[in-house]
Design a protein around this ligand. Structure first.
Ligand code: ADP
Ligand code: GLC
Length: 495
């Protein structure tokens, strides 16, 4: 099958979160099954043109009543199968992408011209197909910045060579929808009747994700539990009604993890590899982590790790809120060490810095580091993710495969991947709580730490149970193929 992924993030080229990991890993898994997969992504300023191949000729993209001229670059996706590599196409446009930041920069978190930038990108998808003379059976778009792709396919582009092409939209995070003043609708070149028909209208604003959800042939999100939650008012971010309306075409497919990158047996960022058969490497990793973060070298004190974007979604208010957060008492009262790597909201970064000055057992690095994220996963005993909502979550899966027990809230993909500890049977793979309150986080961390000290055999058995789970992308790729087939079958009967 020919599949084109339209995305604004893909590792190793551009990443702000799990979307980038998911798109590349899924593409590779599909290519391994023998499918022809290509990716289209903007050529951001940070992606060096000299490392890419150039496609001859300029490419014109018609938006907002004028022609925008762009160039196309290309490269094979690193890590893709030698015999059937995934090809990536980069759309180069100085005015739209020749700047720092993907969606924004700290001083301007959402670029003012984002609706125009991503309208351009979505139109470029179709121009690229024509330029290459290559027409996919499935156009697979990801999140709000690519959500116009299914809309354009349905309203105008589904002709000639693309007459039988279907669209799938994956929602990685319903919290970000791309809501803009409807003046920006002008760039789409669509007429106003389509504004209502395609589902753009959102209290007189223009909602890109809502239009994508309304227009795509099939929709999915990244875990079965989040697919159910998003159809409720509590988690639906005002789109629960639209998702319920489309429930026949909507499903949840759990992300996998890239086991070539996240695997304690082969990890090049940790001092010594380890596995269920020989866990010595985990002890070494703990020591290396304590050294790296200048923590006392105490092998028998549990370390709680965190690697996260510092935003409301991740429960950081309840954990680090200056007046009410529980991090201070967790580190004061309990015999543990805590290590955090993350960046995000300035208030939270500041608060974390303050805490680390005042607490000897709390160390933090504000920033982004691939190497340190691996060392934290491997060297910690517990991993904390008190998410307000979590479409899938990758870090808890990394933790499980590194024998690091997750402490998570009962939400989203965390429920599909972590089994709560049962002290009667000793079974489980992590520790779970229901309400997002500072007290609940405190109590659950205390419970986990108590288990570490006082029920050691349970704790060790849980580590092994987690490490034995299979989170490979192969399984998820099969489910995506079934979704593509369903979209094609539906279009065939409708046509
Ligand atoms: P989200 O996409 O909501 O941020 P996920 O758990 O799906 O959450 O994915 C987060 C990804 O980003 C993981 O691969 C995680 O290791 C990585 N990550 C987040 N913050 C950092 C950081 N400061 N340094 C290194 N990696 C990070
Ligand atoms: C989003 C979600 C995260 C998910 C990731 C990849 O960023 O917040 O839960 O794992 O997308 O699908």
């Amino acid at each position: 099958m020919k599949i084109l992924m339209a995305t604004t993030e893909a590792v190793p080229f551009a990443k702000t979160g799990g979307l980038a990991d998911a798109v590349s890993a899924l593409s590779i898994a599909l290519a391994q099954e023998g499918h022809e997969v290509r990716i289209i992504i903007p050529r951001y300023y940070s992606i060096n043109r000299d490392t890419l191949g150039h496609l001859a000729g300029a490419m014109g993209v018609h938006i907002g009543g004028r022609e925008e001229w762009s160039a196309v670059y290309t490269k094979e996706l690193p890590g893709s199968p030698k015999k059937n590599p995934v090809r990536v196409y980069f759309i180069d446009h100085e005015q739209f992408f020749g700047r720092d930041g993907i969606y924004g920069v700290p001083a301007e978190p959402d670029f003012m011209d984002n609706p125009r930038r991503f309208t351009f990108f979505a139109r470029a998808v179709f121009q690229l197909c024509r330029k290459l003379g290559w027409y996919p059976e499935v156009l697979h778009a990801h999140d709000w910045p690519s959500a116009l792709v299914p809309v354009f396919l349905k309203y105008g582009e589904r002709t000639e060579e693309l007459a039988k092409t279907v669209s799938v939209l994956t929602v990685h995070n319903l919290g970000y929808q791309g809501i803009y003043h409807k003046d920006n609708y002008y760039y789409t070149n669509l007429d106003w009747q389509v504004f209502y028909e395609a589902g753009f209208d959102d209290w007189n604003m223009m909602n890109l994700l809502k239009a994508g959800i309304t227009s795509a042939d099939k929709i999915n999100t990244v875990s079965p539990n989040y697919a159910l939650e998003t159809q409720t008012q509590a988690y639906g971010f005002r789109l629960d009604g639209v998702l319920r309306y489309r429930s026949a075409d909507y499903r949840g497919i759990l992300n996998g993890i890239d086991t070539r990158v996240w695997n304690p047996k082969t990890d090049r960022y940790i001092p010594q590899p380890y596995s269920v058969k020989d866990m010595t490497g985990k002890i070494t990793a703990k020591e290396a982590l304590q050294k790296e973060f200048k923590l006392p070298l105490e092998p028998h004190v549990p370390i709680i790790g965190m690697v996260t974007r510092l935003t409301e979604q991740k429960g950081v208010g309840e954990l680090f809120g200056p007046a009410y957060g529980s991090a201070w008492s967790i580190c004061q009262d309990l015999r543990l060490q805590m290590v955090l790597l993350g960046s995000g909201d300035p208030w939270c970064e500041n608060e974390i810095k303050n805490l680390s000055y005042r607490l000897a057992n709390f160390k933090a690095r504000i920033g982004y580091s691939e190497a340190e994220s691996h060392l934290i996963e491997a060297g910690s005993d517990l991993f904390l993710m008190p998410s307000r909502y979590e479409p899938c979550g990758l870090n808890q899966m990394y933790s499980l495969s590194y024998g690091t027990l997750p402490i998570v809230r009962n939400t989203g993909g965390l429920v599909d991947t972590v089994t709560n500890y049962n002290p009667d049977t000793g079974k489980g793979t992590g520790f779970m709580f229901n309400d997002l309150t500072p007290q609940a986080i405190y109590d659950t961390v205390k419970w986990a730490v108590d288990t570490y000290y006082n029920r050691r055999s349970h704790f060790e058995a849980m580590r092994l149970a987690g490490m034995k789970q299979n989170f490979s992308w192969k399984k998820s790729a099969k489910q995506y193929l079934a979704l593509y087939e369903a979209a094609l079958a539906k279009a065939a009967t409708a046509g």
